[in-house]
Design a protein around this ligand. Structure first.
Ligand code: LLP
Length: 421
């Protein structure tokens, strides 16, 4: 992992020991590396430098203002799926004109807000959304820039919950209907057709599904041209996978190499919407072992993070690595090593972070769940009235709190006791 290393047996994020961070900020705590985030962003722009392109970071992966702010400063655009995410992007200094708005359920209010702010493009997922956007744009006396999100019906070969490009998914407009819907869009008075979009799923490790989707989209671009509809950009969505344990995802370079020849012939600006690949391995979740509970069948290590902090293992059976903040001094301490289930304190059997991990543990030890920079904090909740974790950014030997740990009082601050009348 780029920003993580052991130095004298102590785990460091960039130049800072995670034990020190755990001591100063408490646990559970998300820690991110600024350099790691910006390096991946840069790798995308470097790989596609021969083309006019725009990386629109998928805000849902990690929407902390500090993360958005540093990406905005580096020149990134953003892919959003709610009004809330747009408000965040603007608060972090991002430009609305570099934002694409995805998602199947945009409301009148969402569209009105986005148009007023000067959104770059709506990725339209249905005919009714298209007509609604036209209606809102007419009311505001504006023309709304749109792409259609087409569903190329390719199998992304990923977990079914995060696969989005198949016929029976709720996303996008089928390849067969796309031309007709574009023609409908061309007839709408307040719609400006600017692009075409597809996103087939997340945590893809192979390049073939991306190429298959691109081929389908290119086919459409040609038939649109034949019908007098010219586009300015093609948006290939996100989805590039990362290594959590032993996956071997295609690199950004290989990804670019496979797509570039086909893309350069098009003469269009290329958009990408990567989320996970930019932030996942830039982040860890630090958690402390509270209780060790070895039993006859299983050894449980109960830690202070739980499924409310990191739901990926419970929701997708996702496997994420768990590593100690301090290595046993003789390297791997085989004597004290046992298989442990790393579990939270929530009253659910599904509350686990990892199963059967060979570790040498004692109460008070700090562990790091790696790959936690994406879909970690953003998917966290307050189940069991657990305040959400703090977040910290590291850069070189500097570190800074970028989100305070929530207080219990804040959790019920908006609740109102019932008054008998
Ligand atoms: N664009 C669209 C339209 C999307 O729906 C997504 C993710 C992305 C871009 C970014 O995809 P990425 O580059 O991050 O793969 N919570 C799940 C992942 C859900 C992804 C949803 N859409 C997880 O933790 O694995």
């Amino acid at each position: 992992l780029p920003a993580l290393s052991y130095r004298d047996d102590a785990l460091h994020m960039e130049q800072v020991s995670v034990d020190e961070l755990a001591k100063q900020y408490g646990t559970p705590c998300y820690v991110y590396s600024k350099q790691a985030i910006l390096d991946v962003y840069q790798a995308y722009t470097d790989s596609f430098t021969s083309l006019d392109h725009q990386v629109c970071y998928a805000v849902k992966a990690n929407s902390n203002l500090a993360v958005l702010g540093m990406l905005a400063q580096a020149g990134a655009g953003f892919d959003i799926v709610s009004r809330g995410e747009l408000v965040r992007v603007l608060a972090a200094g991002g430009a609305a004109s570099r934002v694409v708005f995805s998602g199947v359920g945009k409301t009148y209010g969402d569209i009105e807000y986005a148009l007023t702010q000067g959104i770059g493009c709506f990725n339209v997922e249905s005919i009714s959304e298209l007509t609604l956007i036209n209606e809102v744009a007419a009311a505001l006396n504006k023309r709304a820039p749109i792409s259609l999100r087409v569903n190329p019906n390719v199998d992304a070969k990923t977990h079914p919950y995060i696969s989005t490009g198949l016929k029976d998914n709720k996303f996008g407009i089928t390849h067969e209907d796309a031309l007709a819907v574009y023609q409908q869009a061309a007839d709408l008075s307040h719609i400006d057709i600017v692009g075409i979009d597809c996103h087939i799923g997340s945590q893809l490790t192979e390049v073939a599904p991306f190429v298959a989707a691109l081929d389908k989209v290119i086919e459409l671009i040609h038939s649109l041209r034949d019908h007098g509809i010219e586009l300015r950009h093609i948006d290939l969505g996100g989805g590039l996978g990362v290594r959590y344990i032993d996956e071997t995802p295609v690199s950004i370079d290989e990804f670019a190499e496979a797509l570039l020849p086909k893309l350069s012939e098009l003469g269009l600006t290329v958009f990408f919407e990567p989320g996970r690949s930019i932030v996942a391995n830039a982040g860890v979740l630090l958690t402390q072992v509270d209780v060790l509970k070895p039993t006859e069948h299983k050894n449980f290590a109960i830690v202070d993070a739980a499924m409310n902090d990191l739901i990926r293992p419970a929701l997708y059976q996702a496997e994420m690595a768990v590593i100690p903040s301090t290595l046993p001094s003789d390297g791997i301490d085989t004597n004290g090593t046992k298989p442990w289930d790393i579990v939270g304190a929530i009253c659910e059997t599904g509350d686990f972070l990892a199963k059967d991990r060979l570790l040498s543990l004692e109460a008070g030890a700090v562990l790091a769940v790696t790959g936690a920079g994406a879909y970690g904090f953003t998917m966290s909740s307050n189940y069991n009235s657990r305040p959400r974790a703090s977040e910290v950014m590291v850069s070189g030997n500097n570190h800074q709190l970028i989100r305070k740990r929530e207080t219990v009082e804040a959790l019920y601050a908006d609740e109102i006791l019932w008054q008998d009348k």
